[in-house]
Design a protein around this ligand. Structure first.
Ligand code: ADP
Ligand code: MG
Length: 693
């Protein structure tokens, strides 16, 4: 395989654009992509024709406006290129069809922001993300807006947030004499996932309907031996990964790293980072391709945040930074950050933003599925804090304490073998327990869930940091001595937001009470985390930065709660069905068999011991009765919930429904452990987690 040759072969990328477009059209398009110049619509016809010819040469017969509605998935509707020409057809794509498409918006979530009689929605071409050909269709990345211009997707606000941070970051850079055309945010999302056998998956209703197991006793061998992380890839998994890489590369996704993760059957793929906008699109495509390629190998790729209890869940670490078109990374501290005022000011802005808006940052990653990863029983707390590492941490401490910072030479590491090189110790050690960690020249936001759209937290990050930049720029623009004034701002802000910095073990038992003392938020589930989005302060920042109108901000929070409520409802109904149709009957059959055995033994001789059978009969009969009682209780609670009232409904799901589901699970898992495997109606954790060779 010639990787450089096949990389991006399905993408209408810069090289193809250069080759196929007239010079002036190419230049105008690149100006829009690279420096954010408004698109010159007169070039659309020419771009559309070139795109179509290229796509047809790749075997495409259709095109689609590809968008990311608030369902969290991608959406597509395919139109063919055919245009009648006498009794024949020609293949055509007009400029207008490239730029705008019409779509019925009423079947997508809108959070009440759009009355159904105004159901018209438009998809509009996003030229900053390249089009590609997949399975005979030209995919054109678009944004999705309503008839009245309200955003109905995740891309439009993402692009708006990128515009906001570009504008404000350039003001900050200008203070330090740096001129550039564009500041872009960059993201490298590390994607975690599970691979299980298709056969086991098909036999689990919960996996098929909910993407996770609702029941399942823990397996005797979980991840305690710590032997899966970076372990040798099993052959079937290695084949899947090789196939996945090939496919991702053909779509220009720079898949770089692949390895086994901590839990059995868990893996990770990390791409090289790119501009946020393309990183988002590529991650959506990556998730889709992962699922598809897995099927080809008789496997199922589970992207759910917590498919199995008792072992690690899956996240999507969001590595985030900002850089100029000239290649300057704003989060690069350089060799001596203590005297790098620009860097320290940028750092102070990030710390301030994360502290001021910890609520919406937390809410941006809240979902029914991710609740199992944050704040739950076996998960780290859902508290946002910032980790800076030894080096930066010491600098910030010295500023806050008004002390002089004495740089310490990074010691060298020698492994004690003369043949091996000596290397300097890395100044930023890896703290794996921080939700928001500085890692050398970027921040890694680790709360994002594995199946989430990467746009969600990045819309918030870009917006809140743009807002902090704006405040700093407003304050500093008139200053005669920028370095001196900026130093004062840095000191003031670091002191004010010092509480958000935490450099120790975020999983340790001391952190939660300590965070409470500091007054940090700790919203453990979606129902409790999302309502902060209705607060004036949190709406205000989106409105100020031109990312959401007030109505859009409210609509989005409503949709998030609605989605949460629906998912818990589906899970509850699935669990009820499994319990009533499969588990109770199976256990009852087993009990009946045990009773027959007891009777048979007694018939032979009533002194034959039957203690084991009697004990099982008793326990399982009690278990089934307890389960029946819980079924009644859950059905009763569910029937009392008005799904249209999203706030109370979500509260009821979190605080009434989930606890009963938990109780049901405890009973069921207890019965699983003592029921003959011949009778148990579902594959067990052992069957599922250890089935792929
Ligand atoms: P680790 O597992 O140690 O966190 P990985 O190598 O798995 O590290 O992932 C690091 C991710 O961060 C990669 O996707 C990488 O491309 C990305 N990254 C590196 N530099 C930047 C940057 N400036 N902006 C955004 N992401 C970055
Ligand atoms: Mg990693």
């Amino acid at each position: 395989m010639n990787v450089p040759q096949m990389f991006g072969e399905n993408v209408f990328n810069d090289a193809v654009q250069k080759e196929t477009l007239p010079k002036e059209v190419y230049r105008a398009l690149r100006a829009t992509i690279e420096s954010g110049k408004q698109l010159d619509v007169s070039i659309a016809g020419s771009v559309a024709a070139a795109m179509k010819d290229w796509a047809v040469s790749k075997g495409a017969t259709h095109y689609t406006h590809w968008f990311q509605p608030l369902t969290g998935l991608t959406a597509e509707k395919h139109d063919s290129f055919i245009e009648p020409d006498g009794d024949k057809v020609i293949m055509s794509l007009t400029g207008k069809s490239l730029i705008v498409g019409e779509s019925d918006a009423s079947s997508f979530p809108s959070g009440g922001s759009r009355a159904t009689f105004m159901a018209r929605g438009y998809t509009a071409w996003d030229p900053t993300s390249p089009a590609f050909v997949k399975e005979g269709t030209l995919y054109i990345p678009t944004v999705f807006v309503s008839y009245t211009g309200e955003t109905l997707d995740k891309k439009a606000p993402l692009l708006r947030s990128m515009t906001a941070i570009d504008k404000q970051a350039k003001r900050i850079l200008k203070l330090f004499g740096i001129d550039c055309k564009k500041v872009s945010t960059t993201v490298g999302p590390e994607q975690e996932y599970f691979l299980i056998s298709e056969e086991m998956y098909e036999r689990r209703k919960d996996l098929r309907l909910c993407g996770r197991t609702l029941i399942g006793a823990p397996v005797s061998r979980g991840q305690e031996l710590e032997d899966h992380y970076y372990g040798v890839l099993r052959p079937k998994v290695a084949e899947f990964m090789a196939d996945l890489d090939r496919e991702l590369w053909s779509y220009g996704v720079p898949s770089k790293t692949k390895h086994n993760e901590v839990a059995p059957a868990q893996h990770e793929m990390a791409p090289v980072f790119s501009t946020t906008n393309t990183a988002v699109d590529m991650n959506m495509l990556t998730m889709e391709i992962m699922r598809k390629v897995a099927r080809r190998h008789g496997l199922i790729c589970l992207l759910h945040e917590k498919p199995f209890r008792g072992i690690n869940g899956s996240g999507k670490h969001n590595n985030w930074s900002m850089s100029t078109d000239t290649g300057l990374n704003l989060l690069d501290p350089g060799p001596s950050p203590e005297s790098n005022t620009l860097f320290m000011l940028v750092l102070a802005a990030v710390i301030k933003a994360v502290d001021d808006y910890q609520g919406i940052l937390r809410a941006s990653v809240a979902s029914a599925a991710n609740d199992h990863r944050l704040g739950a029983n076996e998960a780290p707390p859902a508290i946002i804090s910032v980790y800076l590492g030894d080096h930066l941490g010491a600098i910030v401490d010295s500023i806050v304490n008004g002390e002089n910072y004495v740089p310490v030479e990074a010691p060298e590491v020698s492994i004690g073998v003369p043949e091996s090189p000596i290397f300097p110790k890395d100044a930023t050690d890896r703290n794996r327990t921080s939700p928001f960690a500085f890692t050398g020249n970027k921040f890694e936001f680790r709360m994002l869930g594995s199946q989430a759209n990467v746009a969600d937290p990045n819309i918030v990050l870009n917006t809140i940091i743009a807002d902090a930049f704006e405040q700093f720029a407003d304050e500093l623009e008139g200053s005669k001595d920028v370095v001196k004034s900026a130093t004062a701002v840095i000191e003031r802000e670091l002191k004010e937001h010092y509480r958000i910095i935490f450099n120790l073990d975020g999983y340790g038992p001391d952190w939660e009470p300590e965070a409470m003392r500091r007054g940090l938020l700790n919203n453990k589930n979606t129902a409790d985390a999302v309502p902060v989005c209705f607060e004036d302060k949190n709406i205000g920042v989106f409105v100020r930065q031109g990312v959401y109108t007030k109505a859009e901000a409210i609509a989005r929070a409503n949709i998030q709660l609605e989605n949460y409520t629906k998912i818990i409802n589906i899970e509850a109904l699935t669990l009820l069905e499994m319990a009533k149709q499969d588990i109770i009957p199976a256990v009852s059959d087993y009990v009946a068999d045990l009773c027959t055995n007891v009777a048979a033994k007694q018939a032979v001789n009533d002194s034959i011991p039957c203690t084991t059978e009697r004990d099982l009969i008793m326990k399982l009969s009690e278990g089934n009765d307890r389960l029946s009682a819980l079924i009644f209780r859950l059905e009763d609670i569910l029937s009392g919930i008005d799904m249209n009232e999203v706030v109370p409904a979500s509260q009821a799901m979190a605080h009434k429904v989930i606890p009963v589901m938990e109780e049901m699970r405890t009973v069921i898992d207890g019965m699983e452990k003592i029921t003959s495997s011949e009778y148990w109606p579902y594959p067990t954790y052992f069957d599922i987690l250890y089935s792929v060779k």
